[in-house]
Design a binder for this molecule. Structure first.
Ligand SMILES: [Zn+2]
Length: 360
């Protein structure tokens, strides 16, 4: 159950980090589908290698990773299974101190549901509603386009989104392999403009398979509210300065970046340089079941690699909540829970001073 609670005594301990109130804003539905034997066999046939000992997939590059998603999601043809996948997202969130999740789904990976997207999101809605009732975790959905899909398909999806306005779907996103698709900012810009005009929130994958120019396109052409990954912005100091000045949040997934070969190790990961330069960053899992990571793991690894203090962890958690697509009232509640949690860890000196002042 996600609940606001007093923190354990030792700041930055695994339990303290686990219970730190936060949101997860970069999480793909497709990466929350358990990889069963049939899907794994299909992926093998598509050329994906597996670790012999553990049987976990080895993603040589983004293309292999996207291939595996197609195999695992294609097998989900039953609505009850979709509800369970959504419910389990809430279970994992609650277990990691996550009070709100923004979940990205991309219809391209769900062929069985293409003729019935309304039914698809209806099942997800039921799963998330049950998760909220049982676990106190709220969830929003972001419909994602694909950079490499035929332009007509993207238009159809946005037409559907604006006409159907399905419950719980609050945002438009775009993902996919930018190194294959090339510059697509101008092609997608009118679709993002339409979604924004109809009251939808926006985010976009960029600066993962594209360089800093992809991040610039996402911010200037798509005019998104936050950038998914965005880490290769670090290659362009002027862009970093601009992202910091405009307070554009980057929702970063360190393990995903390492597993997909975008960076070589956590110690060389640009998240700390971006954060130190004033860019708002959050820490997320991307695809927790495929990478075998939890939000707590990701926060812990960063804490260890960059010696993050409670105040830094508090900042990162605050960015995750502020940049989320949660309802304003829910955001206020989560931010209040975070402030309450951080009271002791971030202001012990001040509190000591106040009490000694009071004694004089
Ligand atoms: Zn992603």
């Amino acid at each position: 159950m996600f609940e606001a609670s007093r923190p354990p005594d030792e700041p930055c301990s695994p339990e303290w980090i686990r219970r730190l109130p936060k949101a997860e804003v970069h999480l793909h539905l497709e990466g929350c589908v358990p990889l069963d034997t049939i899907a794994a066999d299909g992926a093998r046939r598509s050329g994906v290698d597996f670790e012999p000992q553990t049987g976990t997939p080895l993603f040589r590059d983004l293309a292999a990773f996207l291939a595996i998603l197609d195999h695992s999601c294609a097998l989900v043809t039953d609505g009850g299974r979709l509800e369970k996948i959504a419910y389990e997202i809430a279970v994992r969130a609650a277990a990691n101190g996550v009070g709100h999740v923004d979940v990205i789904f991309n219809p391209v990976h769900w062929p069985a549901w293409r003729p019935d997207l309304q039914g698809f999101v209806g099942h997800l809605d039921r799963g998330f509603a049950a998760g909220e009732a049982d676990m106190g975790v709220t969830a929003s959905l972001c419909l994602s386009l694909t950079r490499t899909q035929p332009p007509g398909e993207s238009v159809e999806l946005v037409d559907w989104l604006l006409a159907a306005r399905p419950d719980r779907v609050v945002a438009l996103s775009v993902d996919g392999n930018e190194s294959v698709a090339g510059h697509t900012g101008r092609r997608f810009a009118p679709l993002f403009e339409r979604a924004r005009g109809a009251g939808f929130r926006t985010c976009a994958h960029a600066g993962e398979s594209s360089g800093p120019e992809g991040v610039r396109d996402a911010v200037d052409l798509l005019r998104v509210e936050r950038v998914d990954h965005g880490i290769r912005a670090a290659e362009d100091p002027a862009l970093v300065e601009e992202l910091a000045a405009r307070a554009v949040p980057l929702d970063i997934c360190p393990t995903s970046n390492i597993r997909l070969g975008v960076v070589t190790s956590l110690t060389t990961h640009p998240i700390e340089r971006l954060r130190a330069a004033g860019v708002p960053v959050s820490v997320n899992t991307d695809d927790p079941l495929l990478f075998g990571v939890s939000v707590t793991d990701e926060y812990l690894r960063c804490t260890e690699a960059f010696s993050w203090e409670p105040v830094v962890l508090g900042e990162v958690a605050r960015t995750s909540i502020e940049s989320s697509f949660a309802e304003p009232e829910r955001k206020r509640w989560l931010l209040a829970a975070l402030d309450h949690f951080l009271e002791d860890a971030c202001a012990p000196a001040q509190r000591g001073k106040d009490s000694s002042d009071g004694g004089l």
